[in-house]
Write a protein that binds this ligand. Structure first.
Ligand code: 6V0
Length: 317
């Protein structure tokens, strides 16, 4: 049996994001067992039942869950989505107090039942929560990291795909930095297939300009606000993003994804969790130190790091 056929993934939090992640895991057949845990018994039981009612169509993948932490036992990967979500007008950083307290309580319980798992933090603000969680648990940063800008990168590639007429997987571009208001694209290395992005000639339109790229980056940065304004949450794309990371871990893919790890000696940055292109495999995630940044991008990354380090300082202080 392959690793994936044996695998168990636990999703913590059965809200909009947790339920969508469980759904994506099931329909992509990412793991044999999916477990959903939430403190809200009625909600988690109902979500598990609803997901289980699709059993005829989800192949060998099964769903279980409830409000007893033992449902997480034996998971190889744990995806944490528990906690407060942004309301219209709130930033991700506004959630820190509540979600830091929830995570602080959850982590010892999770580590007791799934001591060897790879942990993926999705709850926001995911970068700061990851730094705090690594400090609290003493886990190697490789094994506890955040989904970071994997979702934002998908949003970017979708926009560039629409503009260039090329499928998103052939658009090689990354959003990096904070998963939040200071995130930015690495335009200096962005390519459509092998072609530098500004040189690409779309079939039905002129070449991209720097101004247009900045507008696209701004739309991506504000994408969550737009979706939350209209429907109260973002859930499907983050469910798929989290599932993609889980797959890279379970299949030991060594896939390059912009997850957020606590950085060490990364272009002079240490101890702060930020998204940069990282290799994701069975042992977790490792930032790619060789990633090149032009001067402006490096200044933006340092600004992102300084903003987050400041918040951590205040929280610890
Ligand atoms: P939601 O729909 O309010 O669900 C949150 C769930 O967490 C609820 O069902 C709660 O009962 C549950 N919960 C609270 N405390 C605990 C606990 N101690 N143990 C277990 N479960 C608990 O929120 P939603 O699902 O919309 O969002 C969840 C989190 O994901 C929020 O912090 C969002 O900001 C964050 N997102 C992160 C994204 C990313 O790209 N990293 C993207 C979208 C949302």
């Amino acid at each position: 049996m392959s690793a994936i056929e044996n695998a168990k993934v636990a999703v913590i939090g059965a809200g909009a994001v947790g339920a969508s992640t469980a759904y994506a895991l099931l329909i992509r057949g990412a793991a044999r067992q999916v477990a959903l845990y939430d403190v809200n018994t009625a909600k988690v039981d109902a979500e598990v039942l609803d997901l289980a009612h699709g059993a005829l169509f989800t192949g060998a993948s099964t769903i279980a869950g409830g409000s007893d932490i033992s449902v997480v036992a034996g998971a190889q990967v744990v995806v944490i989505t528990a906690g407060a979500a942004q309301r219209p007008g709130q930033t991700r950083l506004d959630l820190i107090g509540t979600n830091a307290r929830i995570l602080e309580t959850l982590l010892p319980q999770l580590l007791e039942v799934a001591p060897d798992a790879v942990y993926i933090v999705v709850s926001n603000p995911c970068d700061v929560l990851t730094s705090l969680a690594v400090a609290q648990t003493g886990l190697p940063p490789q094994r506890l990291f955040a989904s970071g800008t994997v979702l934002d990168t998908s949003r970017l590639r979708w926009r560039l795909s629409q503009r260039t007429g090329v499928t998103p997987s052939s658009v090689h571009a990354h959003i990096v930095g904070e998963h939040g208001d200071s995130e930015f694209p690495l335009w200096s290395s962005a390519r459509i297939g092998p072609v530098p992005i500004l040189d690409w000639q779309p079939e039905d339109g002129g070449r991209l300009t720097l101004d247009e790229l900045e507008d696209i980056a701004s739309d991506v940065r504000n994408a969550a606000y737009t979706v939350i304004q209209g429907k109260g949450a973002t859930n499907y794309a983050i469910g798929l993003s989290a599932t993609r990371i889980v797959e890279a871990v379970l299949r030991d893919e060594h896939a390059i994804l912009p997850v957020s790890t606590v950085l060490s000696d990364f272009h002079g940055m240490d101890g702060v969790a930020l998204s940069v292109p990282s290799v994701v495999s069975a042992s977790g995630a490792t930032a790619i130190r060789e990633t090149s940044f032009d001067e402006r991008e490096l200044a933006s990354l340092r600004a992102s790091a300084a903003a987050l380090a400041d918040i951590e300082e205040q929280l610890r202080g």
